[in-house]
Design a protein around this ligand. Structure first.
Ligand code: 13P
Length: 439
């Protein structure tokens, strides 16, 4: 499946290969003072995924004007916390009811181009027996799948973590493709208060690059997500510095792994001050710093930048996106929000079937607002007060995202056990550590 005669067109990766091994001396002695002519050595041809055209097309569909991603890939554990916030038990039926509400919202496809699902949802159907992937396809929404297996402590680092999930990834990805997924997500984290150490950054970048190569080889467009956690009291300039370092390494290894840049999507954190910093930044300042980082690090071959909301309020996340789209960008600059699309929906729904329609309307309000922000035409006038509130942490979730992650790592290391709890657990595959900032 993975090999055809297609040769990668990726300039960055070709250049990288060129720098390292194209020339070789002829002749028997390299110590001779006679200058031997050099000759070109033909390298084994790097073959691209047989899916390359499809990957490019999928990425373009997701990065289409006025649309973005609805992320509902919470692990069962995290979904349970969301449900607990409205008094519902964490049962498969409740998770299905909630996802059904979201994925069957009439008119969603006008604003949403892709939806990231957790494995359970990818294989689930509505209560009427219609597969969720078919509900999405009908609305021209591309189904996606979270493929990482969560975070684990990184030995030798400063209490940092690394992302699990490469083992068996190829066969899992092939199955997800069969089931209808066309893109994937892998989230790893970088903590500024923890350093970040060179080791953690390198590991994050290498893991993302290996995952991206495997995904492309199996027909899935990889979303590359090194989340730089909001925690800390650092100024925005420090976040910019770390983000530049992280993305430089990510692109270095993506190129080294011969990933086709035209067939990936990025999911960065916005460049903001640390959540505990004394001053809050304006949307204009966040946009300026974030775009500066992206222009310095992301080649225009990449079709789309789909931001995470990271614990910002719904309105905040939309305003920041809008500010980034006030002038043309080399890439589609859009959203891949979970909390900033779902908070009002949950509050409206409360688990009551009679509220389902109103909850779907609430989803459309958020989706449309972000669609306008993608086009740079959003105004917060008339927005609901609730939508201006920061994403509230669910019961049992820590205050800060990174703080939470570190606490879990420390607690589990301290207990001498594997990192199996919460959303970072290897089998939960959740995006633990991304908790409401409550800022
Ligand atoms: P948030 O928008 O809640 O930060 O989640 C993003 C995410 O990575 C889910 O896929």
């Amino acid at each position: 499946m993975a090999t055809t005669s297609l040769v990668k067109l990726n300039a960055a990766s070709s250049n990288w290969i060129g720098q390292h091994s194209f020339t070789q001396r002829t002749g028997s002695s390299s110590s001779s003072s006679v200058a031997f002519p050099t000759r070109r050595v033909s390298l084994p041809v790097v073959r691209a995924s047989s899916y390359v055209d499809e990957l490019v097309q999928t990425a373009k569909t997701i990065a289409s004007p006025g649309r973005g991603i609805l992320a509902i890939d919470e692990s069962n554990a995290t979904c349970g916390k969301r449900l607990a916030s409205i008094g519902l038990d964490n049962t498969e039926a409740n998770r299905q009811a909630y996802r059904q509400l979201l994925l069957t919202t009439p008119g969603l496809g006008e604003y949403i181009s892709g939806s990231i699902l957790f494995e359970e949802t990818l294989y689930q159907s509505t209560t009427n027996g219609k597969k969720f992937v078919d509900c999405l396809r009908e609305q021209n929404i591309v189904p996606g799948i979270k493929v990482d297996k969560g975070l684990s402590p990184l030995p030798g680092s400063n209490n940092e973590s690394w992302c699990q999930g490469l083992d068996g990834l190829a066969s899992r990805s092939a199955e997800y493709y069969q089931q209808g997924a066309r893109f994937a997500k892998w989230r790893t984290v970088v903590s500024i208060p923890c350093g970040p150490s060179a080791l953690a950054v390198k590991e994050a970048a290498w893991g993302l690059a290996r995952y991206a190569a495997v995904s492309q080889d199996n027909g899935l467009v990889p979303i590359v997500e090194p989340e730089i956690l909001l925690d800390g009291d650092h100024p925005i300039e420090r976040t910019l510095e770390v983000a530049e370092r992280v993305w430089a390494e990510v692109f270095f290894y993506l190129a080294q792994n011969n990933v086709v840049f035209e067939g990936i999507l990025l999911k960065p954190s916005m460049v903001t001050p640390g959540a505990e910093h004394k001053e809050k930044a304006s949307p204009e300042s966040i946009a300026k710093h974030t775009l500066q980082m992206l222009r310095r690090r992301v080649p225009p071959a990449v079709p789309g930048i789909m931001f995470l909301s990271g614990g910002q309020s719904e309105v905040e996340a939309t305003l920041n996106l809008n500010a980034m789209n006030q002038s043309p960008n080399p890439w589609h600059v859009s959203f891949s929000y979970a909390r900033a699309l779902q908070n009002s929906v949950l509050k409206t729904w409360q688990g009551h079937p009679e509220n389902a329609e109103a909850a779907q309307k609430a989803l459309l309000v958020r989706a449309k607002a972000n669609s306008l922000a993608q086009l740079g035409r959003y105004s917060a006038e008339g927005e609901d007060e609730e939508a201006k509130k920061a994403a509230a942490p669910a019961p049992g979730e820590g205050k800060g995202k990174g703080v939470w992650a570190v606490m879990v790592v420390v607690a589990i290391v301290g207990a001498g056990k594997g990192y199996g709890g919460g959303d970072g657990g290897s089998n939960s595959g959740g995006y633990g550590g991304k908790k409401g900032k409550g800022k």
